[in-house]
Design a protein around this ligand. Structure first.
Ligand code: PHE
Length: 344
């Protein structure tokens, strides 16, 4: 019996060492098989019980069983130690628990909306009020009051969607000039952003439904320099601090003199002959402008001898193309949320 106890003690000591040295589950399993398996050391020891005197056999069995129980507990402990260590290693190697989690998908502000908002904010900061008006307008506001009588060829320039003979979807935001001036006495300073409609064929630079931002300032002593100053500031706000503007003589029935407004190409700054944004010209076209025509002032009951003013109307999608360096205006409306989100 004491011989068996000695062997068992030695076996258990070796087992504890071996289990502690097992580096992974596979090594631990090999230890289990070597000691507790069907042909392992403990089984061999158990068989030797038969050689003991019959009176000692039950105790010997109990001593071995107790040792087996301790060994099994030891295996469990070693097993969970290995598990923990593997987990720690994985954490250290692959998973950075401080890494930000995946953000839930949220909407983004549409680039056209953003341009509208920023342009309006610029004018609001300079004391302008934002005014909104109807998209369905009588021809009086769209044309007549803007010095475009029924037979005037300029009506052709505004290929309009007519609802009745005299009612149409506004082809520009200029009707808001008339509505504002009829409601308020000078001095007035307003900005009128909104949707417009024209029967244009859709291509990379045209939509039949688009946005304009209209500006109007009427007071005593207003001159073209004020217009240039405000538009230069607007372009710097939208495109960057080194922008300049250029006026090209043009014609609108409701302004005199009239000018098309260009700004320095925000992409190449005028330095690239092969720029695909400005076509190498160095300039981007923003829209029309000019000094409010005396006939228009007269129409709304302002004295043209006393008051003068400027107005402009820019295409907001055009501003967006230049600001976000987008090559095709249709990308703003084809509902590619990922594309639009990346711009804002
Ligand atoms: N309404 C003009 C257009 O849509 C632009 C414009 C506005 C021109 C104000 C001059 C003054 O083409």
């Amino acid at each position: 019996m004491s011989e068996l106890a000695g062997k068992l003690e030695d076996l258990e000591r070796r087992f504890v060492d071996a289990a502690a040295q097992a580096v992974d589950e596979r090594a631990l399993d090999a230890v289990r098989v070597a000691y507790l398996g069907r042909s392992g050391e403990v089984t061999t020891l158990r068989r030797s019980i038969g050689q003991l005197p019959a009176s000692e056999r039950p105790d010997a069995g109990k001593v071995i069983n107790a040792a087996v129980e301790r060994m099994e507990q030891q295996l469990d402990r070693a097993g969970s130690q290995i598990e923990n260590r593997v987990f720690e290693e994985e954490l250290a190697q692959e998973i950075d628990v401080t890494f930000p989690s995946i953000e839930p998908a949220t909407g983004s502000i549409h680039p056209v909306r953003r341009v509208l908002r920023d342009a309006s904010a610029y004018f609001e900061r300079h004391g302008f009020a934002v005014v909104l008006g109807p998209e369905v307008e009588p021809d009086y506001y769209n044309f007549d009051a803007l010095n475009i009588p029924p037979t005037h060829p300029a009506r052709e320039g505004f290929d309009s969607f007519f609802i009745t003979n005299t009612l149409l979807l506004r082809p520009h935001t200029s009707p808001m000039q008339i509505r504002t001036m009829q409601q308020h006495q000078p001095p007035i300073a307003v900005v009128a952003p909104g949707r417009c409609y024209r029967r244009d064929a859709v291509d990379a630079r045209h939509l039949f439904q688009f946005h304009q931002v209209e500006g109007l300032l009427v007071a005593e002593g207003i001159h073209f320099g004020h217009l240039k100053g405000m538009l230069t500031g607007l372009c710097r706000e939208l495109f960057g601090s080194s922008q300049t503007v250029r006026f090209r003589p043009s014609y609108f029935p409701f302004t005199e003199p009239s000018a098309e407004v260009d700004t320095t190409c925000p992409k190449c700054g005028g330095s690239s002959a092969s720029c695909n944004m400005c076509g190498g010209s160095g300039w981007i076209e923003l829209g029309g402008s000019g000094m409010v025509h005396p006939n228009v002032l007269h129409e709304v009951g302002y004295e043209p001898e006393r008051y003068s003013g400027w107005a402009f109307g820019f295409g907001v999608e055009r501003l967006g193309l230049a600001r976000y360096e987008v090559d095709d205006i249709r990308r703003f409306v084809n509902s590619d949320a990922d594309f639009l989100a990346q711009l804002s």
